[in-house]
Design a protein around this ligand. Structure first.
Ligand SMILES: Cc1ncc(COP(=O)(O)O)c(C=O)c1O
Length: 313
């Protein structure tokens, strides 16, 4: 088991083959960050490791023994913070959007089992969670904490995601023509854009409906907002966040059967669907090398998902 505060071995890069890749002479590689599992399982993996690494280090340096963070009831980030807290010795508080529902869904049940204290905020108050008085009342109630924003996106998270690019460059000997990643808050993509320093074109596929992602990424890039080597595709949300309609299910099932790689139902299935669709449409020049980042998110997968998709266990 590797400590998140030390250097972990790089996640592997795996090439995949498909007819559409041959037809368009594209080399497609998958950066298997889903296999980056410093706590020993997929409850804490993928972009969560990248985003939390320097935050956990900062929390420890600040001698904080408690992490407090925010998320929806199905948040991968909530699950990851709970598991990281358990693994690295922090108490954890998860401030959850909306009302409590019993029984807890698998994400929150797991977070509780990992020792996270759940606190629910009605949607109205949750929306105002970044206002100083709301945050203060939470800290008064739960005690001094290292506060992680929703989705874990902050400067230190971007720094962790930049390292993904360094790793890829070391593994391949050079950066690919394109690097593709799924977007939720945009933090992972912003870190990757910074890491590329104009050498690869970074493609984001948004898991959410709407056209605000590029603006948000520019905001996250801050003084690096003059970087232009990137773009976000917003046509692959399949109805919006956490929508997983039959076409996407069928794609996810076939992808796993053909390539032996499980995609998560919220982010990476839309990413791979989108990139393969763009390849089929001839968007990339022949001979291009594309690295697609598998950012994890498999913690919410359970047996009922296998049954839904008709996958063998
Ligand atoms: C598996 C997975 N991939 C990608 C993302 C998107 O990351 P970001 O919020 O940094 O855009 C998330 C977000 O939580 C995620 O859980």
């Amino acid at each position: 088991m590797h400590d998140v505060f030390q250097n972990h071995p790089p996640s592997p890069i795996q090439e995949i083959w498909a007819e559409v890749l041959d037809q368009h002479a594209i080399e497609l590689l998958v950066k298997r960050d889903d296999l980056l599992q410093p706590a020993g399982d997929d409850r804490f993996c993928g972009n969560k490791v990248r985003k939390l690494k320097y935050n956990l280090q900062a929390a420890r340096e600040a001698q904080q023994s408690q992490l407090l963070t925010f998320g929806g009831a199905y948040s991968n980030h909530i699950a990851a913070v709970a598991r990281a807290g358990k693994r690295y010795g922090f108490r954890t508080v998860g401030v959850i959007r909306g009302e409590a529902h019993e029984p807890l869904n698998p994400t929150l049940a797991q977070a509780t089992a990992d020792g996270m204290h759940l606190h629910y905020l009605d949607r109205d108050t949750y929306r105002k969670k970044d206002q100083p008085e709301i945050l203060r009342s939470l800290l008064d109630r739960f005690g001094a904490s290292y506060v992680l924003p929703e989705g874990g996106t902050n400067e230190l998270a971007l720094r962790g995601c930049e390292e993904l690019v360094t790793e890829i460059r070391q593994q391949l000997g050079s950066l690919p023509d394109y690097l593709a990643v799924a977007c939720g808050t945009g933090g992972t993509m912003a870190g990757i854009i910074r890491g590329c320093i104009r050498r690869s074109r970074v493609l984001g596929v948004s898991a959410l409906k709407g056209n605000w992602m590029e603006k948000e990424i520019r905001r996250l890039l801050g003084q690096d907002d003059d970087l232009t080597n990137w773009q976000v595709f917003t046509d692959y949300h399949f109805g919006g966040y956490a929508r997983f309609p039959p076409e996407l299910r069928a794609f996810t099932r076939e992808f796993e059967r053909e390539h032996g790689i499980r995609l998560d139902p919220v982010y990476t299935c839309k990413l791979f669907y989108g990139i393969l669709d763009l390849i089929g449409k001839g968007v990339f020049p022949k001979g291009s090398r594309i690295v697609v980042v598998h950012s994890g998110g498999l913690q919410g997968w359970n047996e009922s998902m296998d049954q839904k998709l008709g996958l063998p266990r």
